[in-house]
Design a protein around this ligand. Structure first.
Ligand code: GLN
Length: 308
């Protein structure tokens, strides 16, 4: 990675200036103390080009809790291994409900609506764990390889805190297990899921790690994780489901596949061009970073880059 200037550097600086009043709006996630203590005025943004050159502004090198951003990577890792079989266990329709909702599971027989709400992400992690014997180890190695950051790892304190406040996720997992849609023992799955969510990474790390989604499935070393068609599928699910019950508004404002996390990060993909990651801990009511969405909105407005 490099910090030499390109066409993107002035754009990032323009965005930071344009949205200067926005970081600090919204509230950090408060369901665990480790996230609640984040400073909502923090803001960082990185753009990675297809060749791995990365540009950034603000706190773009500062590690934060990746949380649900990791769900885009676990989805890709499972799709690469089992292909279409996955869709017998999880749907691919937007839910219109909050990310941790239980309500649709009963009348859809334990098959979650999509891989990005918590229920669907639990199914994906369960399958990755069965396919590899080590879901979170597989995820961490992949993120390290793609980001080039050998130190990227979990925050065990965040994982422990998630576990201590994990009743809702435990309920989701047990409920789906009752329909036979979870293969590992629920405590094993929950341990994997909480550690997955606790991954610490910077905007630079995550923009680089998502590069394969802009390169039509091709990894940093030139090998294929996904087919071109599968990369399109992951991007499509990110567009329609990646920001939960705000996905329609996100598509309207930003016009890119994106995946948010309650740590305040959002990864977005411009297929064939670049990847973006923005971070600011203040969230809106739907769990998406207020300044993050504003910055991505400015990016597509200033550059004209979008999937539309
Ligand atoms: N760890 C969080 C949870 O499971 C992740 C949610 C999110 O980032 N939207 O509730």
């Amino acid at each position: 990675s490099t910090t030499s200037s390109s066409a993107f550097q002035p754009v990032l600086e323009q965005i930071a200036a344009d949205i200067a009043g926005t970081p600090g709006r919204g509230r950090p996630a408060d369901y665990i103390p480790a996230l609640a203590s984040a400073d909502p005025r923090r803001f960082g943004m990185a753009v990675a080009e297809l060749d791995g050159t990365v540009y950034g502004v603000g706190d773009w090198r500062h590690p934060f809790s990746a949380q649900s951003i990791t769900k885009a990577f676990t989805l890709a890792l499972v799709l690469s291994r089992e292909g279409e079989e996955l869709w017998e266990h999880v749907g691919r329709e937007p839910s219109g409900n909050p990310f941790n909702s239980l309500v649709q599971l009963e009348y859809e027989n334990g098959i979650p609506r999509n891989p990005f709400i918590n229920a669907g992400a639990l199914v994906v992690t369960d399958r990755l764990h069965s396919l590899t014997g080590d879901a979170v180890g597989t995820l961490r190695e992949f993120l390290r390889a793609e980001s080039g950051n050998p130190d990227l790892t979990f925050d065990e304190a965040v994982a422990a805190s998630e576990s201590a406040h994990g009743d809702r996720n435990a309920a989701l997992a047990h409920f789906m297990a009752s329909y036979g849609n979870i293969t590992n023992p629920v405590p094993v799955l929950l341990d994997q899921y909480f550690r997955q969510c606790s991954i610490e990474a910077s905007c630079a790390d995550l923009a680089l790690a998502a590069g394969f989604l802009a390169r039509h499935g091709v990894r940093a070393d030139g090998s294929n994780l996904l087919t071109r068609s599968q990369a399109k599928q992951v991007n499509a699910v990110m567009l329609t489901c990646g920001t939960y019950d705000a996905a329609g508004d996100f598509a309207y404002r930003v016009g890119l596949p994106g995946k948010s996390g309650v740590g305040g990060g959002i990864v977005a993909i411009v297929p064939g061009h670049c990847t973006l990651c923005v971070w600011s801990p203040g969230l809106d009511e739907r769990g998406n970073s207020v300044a993050g969405v504003a910055a991505l909105d400015r990016f597509t407005t200033l550059t004209g880059l979008s999937v539309f």
